[in-house]
Design a binder for this molecule. Structure first.
Ligand code: PRX
Length: 647
């Protein structure tokens, strides 16, 4: 069996393209040197890179303080993240280079050079300071993908106010939970954003969140984007354009400590409440810069496009911070991939001459479904590198991406990482690594990833286990906002001093890593991470629901789909109720969390100690043979659930 697998893998592996490798940012020799430098003297390896890559106002005294789970990197150093991204380029020819090329869904366009972006960021920094925002104050951003979002992020970094970007698809309650957890003083939003020709009423959602809580919020700054009517509170709400109008385009940036919190980003975990993942300035700056350079092979001539939303970590690290630190041109697009037609992305690639394209496997599977004619009708010859992120990519989708989009010429980088890791951890280096469809290949230099068993022992190649990172790394999360115990128990509670990623993985005979998906109660729908508990809490908050259990089943397009098993207290188990519950979840969390399937049951399968046996529900949802049922308290429930399945 192992032999067959090895042959298959060998047949489908791709060596680096010679033409690409010739000019790549990292050669095989340089790569080997980096790997051995990290092996020989881990701290010095990072210290050298940090001194070379970052603009320090004050040099750091020592590289690492490690007291698991807490780490401090580049201790004593001072710098400013917006200077890394902007001011440093103003001294060079890049001053007048496009920093951001933005396209709105209706087709409007804005290009901001580094000098212009710097001026806008300075204005908004002054504007926030005029509202009393100081270093350390938290600012929530609930915005569409418009240039003001990037400007606000960079301005927060400039004044040292940690931003908490809340994805625009989240519902008012999710906004409230996040704003209250971080005690944000300011919210920046827009009247609306465009999505498939419709206006998403963002300000209305903020109003609703604030109506029911969030006493810490003093002001709401509103960008005028869609001109839809908005409710207005004179004592609290301010138009962005009125606020920035009189502000100076100069702003003296303060240098902040290496460990100063740069941002908080909420992500789903295994409880009902999302975790506020905290990232610190210097380590995150270093790793997002380096990984962009190494893995995307970013060059000055590139027009780079990451299709993620800035509401997720991919947008933070690889639309804004990584590319801008490298002085690259980064694209931003506001809307849907299929508006006005299914070729919108390829149209953008052709018109703007996109050379590096980074997207999620779920999008690739949608492109496959929509048909080759869409990409084929565009000249995609400017593209030279393709990337994927967010979920395991099936080899078929990988091959389609390579052939139809990459014309068998472009390297594909499948990048494994997480909100918590800040930057890529396991990914190919395009001029160096032999890629294999479906595998993220190998850990990057300085990253000590391994697959281990329940006792923390490394498993042999070919065997499955838990993915861990054995050494700390500069862009690792520093804490869970306000909950250090949760930080310790979630990530460092299983193995002493070793980061537990929550993913299953195996390595093949060549040592390549294959990520097998989450092993906890986290679901990955279209590359978006959701906690089963969050959805269950939303369901049981409905007056007709007594109990709910949420599991995932495989889905060809979205990777995973949400299946909810619910028990009613009252009301009819009919399709009207199903719809009502789906809408309820969308209203509580956001449309991304809407269950694809709702199944009514008079009871849930439980162990004798009362724990819901999700494993069995997962089998039923997937239509699989149900596994071990020996601990099940009432076997008749299973028969009833299954017979429901047969209907
Ligand atoms: O399960 C892994 C999956 O996405 C999870 C992290 O989700 P999030 O924090 O939202 O960040 C997504 C973008 C970095 C991981 O635990 N994942 C991410 N990238 C890959 C992946 N699974 C397989 N292959 C990948 N390349």
């Amino acid at each position: 069996m192992a032999d067959i697998e090895t042959t298959l893998i060998e047949e489908r592996s791709f060596d680096p393209n010679e033409a690409f490798a010739k000019d790549a940012n990292l050669s095989p020799g340089e790569y080997t040197e980096l790997i051995s430098a990290a092996d020989q003297d881990y701290e010095n390896f990072w210290a050298d890179l940090a001194r070379k890559e970052l603009q320090w106002t004050t040099d750091f005294e020592h590289t690492l303080e490690w007291s698991p789970p807490f780490s401090k990197w580049f201790v004593g150093g001072k710098l400013n993240m917006s200077v890394q991204c902007l001011d440093q380029h103003l001294k060079s020819w890049r001053r007048n280079k496009a920093a951001i090329i933005w396209e709105g869904e209706p087709g409007d366009q804005v290009t901001l050079t580094y000098a212009q972006l710097h001026a806008e960021v300075c204005k908004f920094s002054n504007a926030m300071e005029s509202l009393g925002i100081q270093a350390g104050d938290r600012v929530a951003l609930y915005m569409p993908m418009i240039p003001e979002l990037a400007i606000a992020v960079l301005a927060c970094a400039r004044i040292g106010a940690p931003h908490s970007v809340i994805f625009g698809g989240f519902a008012p309650k999710a906004i409230r939970d996040r704003v209250e957890d971080a005690q944000c003083k300011l919210i920046i939003t827009a009247d609306g954003g465009w999505r498939r020709g419709e206006v998403l009423a963002l300000k209305a959602n903020v109003d609703e969140a604030l109506d029911s809580g969030c006493p810490s919020v003093e002001h709401v700054v509103v960008v005028e984007r869609t001109e839809n009517p908005v409710r207005w509170r004179e004592d609290r709400d301010i138009w962005w354009h009125e606020l920035v109008d009189q502000q100076s385009t100069r702003h003296d940036p303060k240098a902040f400590d290496s460990e100063h919190p740069l941002f908080i980003l909420y992500t789903s975990g295994t409880t009902g409440l999302p975790k506020g993942v905290v990232h610190a300035t210097a380590g995150y700056a270093l790793w997002t810069k380096l990984t962009s350079k190494w893995v995307f092979d970013l060059k000055d001539e590139d027009t780079y496009w990451c299709t993620a939303d800035i509401g997720w970590i991919t947008g933070h690290s690889y639309i804004i911070y990584g590319p801008l630190q490298n002085g690259a041109t980064t694209m931003m697009y506001e809307g849907a991939p299929n508006y006005p037609a299914e070729d919108r992305y390829w149209d953008i690639c052709e018109r703007h001459g996109v050379s590096i394209f980074y997207t999620a496997p779920t999008a690739i599977r949608a492109f496959m479904k929509w048909g080759d004619a869409h990409p084929m009708s565009h000249d995609l010859s400017s593209i030279r590198l393709l990337g994927t992120v967010g979920e395991p990519i099936n080899p078929e989708a990988w091959m389609w991406y390579r052939t139809v989009i990459g014309k068998d010429r472009c390297p594909i980088v499948d990048t494994w990482w997480q909100t918590e890791t800040g930057g890529m951890m396991i990914a190919p280096i395009p001029g160096v690594t032999t890629t294999v469809p479906g595998s993220a290949t190998a850990p990057l230099p300085g990253i000590d990833a391994a697959v281990v068993d329940a006792d923390g022992m490394e498993v042999e190649n070919g065997k499955g286990g838990f993915l861990v990172i054995r050494k700390p790394w500069p862009s690792m999360l520093r804490n869970v906002w306000g909950d250090p115990e949760r930080f310790q128990s979630t990530y460092y509670g299983k193995y002493e001093g070793v980061y537990f990623a929550g993913d299953g993985a195996r390595r093949d005979e060549k040592g390549n890593f294959w990520i097998m998906g989450r092993i906890d109660d986290v679901i990955n729908v279209s590359g978006h991470r959701l906690g089963t508990m969050e959805i269950e809490s939303a369901l049981v908050s409905h007056p007709n629901i007594c109990e709910a259990a949420v599991v995932a089943r495989p889905d060809d397009l979205k990777g995973q789909a949400i299946v909810a098993f619910v028990t009613l207290i009252s009301g009819d188990a009919d399709s009207k109720m199903k719809e009502e519950l789906q809408t309820h979840v969308a209203n509580e969390i956001g449309a991304i969390a809407k269950p694809a399937e709702i199944r009514f049951t008079d009871a849930l399968p439980k162990t004798r100690s009362g724990k819901i046996m999700r494993r069995l529900l997962t089998d039923i949802a997937a239509g699989r043979e149900v596994g071990d049922t020996t601990t099940l308290e009432d076997a008749s429930i299973l028969r009833r659930l299954k017979s429901d399945d047969d209907e």
